[in-house]
Design a protein around this ligand. Sequence first.
Ligand SMILES: Nc1nc2c(ncn2[C@@H]2O[C@H](COP(=O)(O)OP(=O)(O)O)[C@@H](O)[C@H]2O)c(=O)[nH]1
Ligand SMILES: [Mg+2]
Length: 229
Amino acid sequence: MRENTGFTVILPTLNEEKNIGELIAEILRLYPGAKVIVADDGSRDATVKIARKGGARVLDRKNAEVKGITASVLDALDKLDTGYFIVMDSDFQHPPEKIGEILAELRKGNDLVVGWRERVPNWGLHRRIISIGAELLGKKRLFLFGNPVPRDIMSGFFGGRTEFVRESVRKNPKRFVGKGYKVLFDLVKGMKRGEVKISGVPYVFRLRERGTSKISMKHILFYLESVLK
Ligand SMILES: Nc1nc2c(ncn2[C@@H]2O[C@H](COP(=O)(O)OP(=O)(O)O)[C@@H](O)[C@H]2O)c(=O)[nH]1
Ligand SMILES: [Mg+2]
């Protein structure tokens, strides 16, 4: 049987009514054959309605036991039916034009393709220090445990070969912090260096123009929990 080379874009959402409609339209304009799953954690705005109208399949997770970006992405991964998938934010901080490059890398035979941020916005000193510290800590952990160490372990923009990633999740259920937001990091913790084909695609991390960030200090604690898991 020919491998299914179709792909699904997974979009975790929480109150993204200002972005989601336009983002889905842009994805479908650039990649008419794409499937889109919106994994929504109980938005109180019109996100779900707009997503459905735009042609996405919506996982309405308002009653989910564990809410969070990681839990949402795993839920979508479990339910999609394409050979490949791409995870990205729903606020245009990840450029949809780069989906094609990630996909091309997957189709070359890579199991995981990480979108790495070649430039980040002009964050304040505070956020920069936290970000650099968190990255060093996470990379050290991956290295010591024999995991692959991709260039940008904190990226929320990546793609995978569905079968491979599902299997990796199945074998390592305890590595995940569902409430957390670094799902890529959790995934990589379940992989062995040398046994996974990983490549990367650079992208410019844009500033959020509409809607607000939901990330708070508590997510740093979820990340630290994840480093120890
Ligand atoms: N399903 C789900 N999505 C979330 C949650 N928190 C944030 N998101 C979405 O995840 C993406 C990244 O979140 P954002 O708040 O922009 O984080 P930031 O880019 O680090 O500031 C966006 O698409 C959000 O709508 C959550 O708890 N559940
Ligand atoms: Mg964002």
